[in-house]
Design a binder for this molecule. Structure first.
Ligand code: NAD
Length: 477
């Protein structure tokens, strides 16, 4: 069924080719128009060229076009995917460097239960403000549209949007729940016979159900403890000592990015991270692991740009495995990640954005892990807080599954409550234009030694030229 999709931040290293690859393979969306929007003309053009080339090579009657106008991408759309990172990774690094200068290892936004290196909740005013701008524009120009929130912070972002614009239909997505498949694979289980659930918040989800062939299989996870465990890459932490340490304390298995979001004790220093997340990276969020990731992102942008310029000069088929390998090698993309890269172009990205659009559009039900308002799904979490839970999606909308068995008390009270409190502070700061919440977050940070340290670090960040709007919003001179 032809629809219109707007993709904001379409030059995104992580998402663009995944979403485009998935779209091309989704025959049910034949005839649809996809408007690619980005402020980076070069990246945008490369993605548009490759999207059109994929159409030629794999046969599809989707129509892709690019625009630099947010309004153009949003107007009359049925779905708007927001994957933009305002200020890019450069801004995140700039702020991290300032934080480290004043004693905040990995930056002020690395906070307990939120240690993920591009999940800024304190210093990312421009990103949060853009989320709101996109939502407001949807409400004005295409009020029936779904807003699919892919850009981080998904937890703070979806909560902010639902509070400011309650009429906008927003859903957040993440691929962290795929950690369940890693566990199943390592246990040699057939995923089609697995009955599983995860629940919590974005980057804070826990395995509450793990039944195989009708029998509880949770105890089998114990067999995966391995004192000689070694990660394959910085993100490979689902079976790390950290994951089992969390299992021991919380009595439930943390899934996906949740393992990154452990408490202060495991993130005090690089040597501490190495111990829990494995040698040689110390997990994705250490200085070494994150550098690895940034290089991968740079390689992906290079591959996309080189492939696009090759596509302009050659009529040969470019999406062959041989050709992709050549470009991946030429851009120093790590060989052990090749299969993952090819899967993207083959339309098997594992992302949920396009399956969601397909389910809503065609009515063919899909089970997805969604970020939506709780509305009773997780007991003892307020109804209006956004949770990450399984749901059946069809043309009538999102139908939350009953979380059964429920999350245990330790997970709810010792992990979700404090994480929810941090979200509350970040969202309230924005809504009430009140910087004192941000100061308070830092005063509660165990790395803080004095009031002066908090004042200085915040002043330096707020006074960056790119934070002019932040200064105005908070009425700071
Ligand atoms: P990136 O910098 O490579 O891409 C972001 C894109 O946004 C760039 O092309 C940039 O030009 C564009 N952009 C910046 N400002 C814009 C604006 N005002 N309007 C339109 N476009 C704009 O970043 P990335 O590494 O691809 O990450 C993108 C986002 O996705 C981040 O927030 C990241 O944390 C998030 N992410 C989410 C998940 C998930 O599963 N939900 C996984 C990985 C990354």
């Amino acid at each position: 069924m032809p629809i219109r999709i707007g993709i904001i931040g379409a030059g995104s290293a992580v998402f663009s080719m995944r979403v485009v690859g998935d779209l091309i393979r989704t025959k049910e969306l034949s005839g649809s128009e996809v408007v690619l929007m980005d402020i980076d003309e070069e990246r945008l053009q490369a993605v548009e060229i490759l999207a059109n080339r994929l159409i030629d090579e794999f046969g599809s009657d989707l129509k892709f076009r690019k625009t630099a106008s947010l309004e153009d991408a949003v107007k009359d759309s049925d779905f708007v995917i927001n994957t933009a990172l305002v200020g890019g990774h450069e801004y995140l690094e700039k702020v991290r460097v300032i934080g480290e200068k004043y004693g905040y290892y990995r930056g002020i936004d690395a906070q307990e239960f939120n240690m993920v290196s591009d999940y800024y909740t304190i210093s990312n005013f421009n990103q949060l403000s853009y989320f709101v701008e996109v939502a407001k524009m949807i409400s004005k120009l295409s009020p029936h549209a779904w807003l699919i929130q892919a850009a981080n912070p998904v937890f703070e972002g979806t909560n902010l949007i639902t509070r400011i614009m309650p009429d906008v239909k927003v859903v957040g997505f993440c691929h962290g729940h795929r950690g369940v498949f890693d566990i199943a694979k390592r246990l040699g289980l057939d995923i089609s016979k697995l009955d599983w659930q995860v629940a919590g918040f974005n980057h804070a989800i826990w395995l509450n159900r793990f039944i195989y062939n009708g029998k509880d299989a949770y105890h089998m996870i114990e067999d995966l403890r391995d004192e000689h465990w070694k990660p394959q890459n910085p993100f490979d932490d689902q079976l790390s000592p950290m994951a089992f340490e969390m299992l021991d304390f919380y009595k439930m298995m943390p899934i996906g990015d949740t393992v990154r979001n452990s408490s202060w004790r495991y993130h005090r220093s690089f040597s501490e991270k190495l111990k829990w997340y494995g040698w040689p990276w110390g997990g994705a969020d250490s200085e070494v692991g994150w550098q690895w990731y940034k290089e991968i992102l740079k390689s992906i942008v290079n591959i996309v740009e080189s492939l696009a310029s090759f596509a302009k000069s050659s009529r040969d088929r470019i999406f062959t495995r041989e050709n992709l390998e050549k470009f991946a090698r030429g851009s120093d993309f790590p060989e052990e990640m090749f299969d993952e890269f090819f899967a993207i172009v083959e339309g098997k990205s594992g992302e949920q954005h396009i399956p969601f659009i397909k389910a809503i559009t065609t009515g063919k039900a899909e089970r997805l892990i969604v970020n939506v308002k709780n509305e009773g799904a997780i007991r003892e979490i307020p109804n209006d807080v956004v949770v990450e839970i399984p749901a059946i999606v069809d043309d009538k909308g999102i139908h939350r599954e009953k979380i059964d068995p429920p999350l245990n008390e330790r997970v709810k009270k010792l992990y979700l409550y404090p994480r929810m409190m941090r979200m509350e502070m970040a969202v309230r700061a924005f809504l009430e234009r009140d910087m004192s919440y941000i100061f308070e977050m830092l005063h509660r940070d165990p790395r803080t030694r004095s009031d002066g340290q908090v004042e200085t670090v915040i002043n330096e960040i707020v006074n960056l030229p790119e934070n002019k709007k932040m200064r105005e919003h908070y009425d700071m001179k």
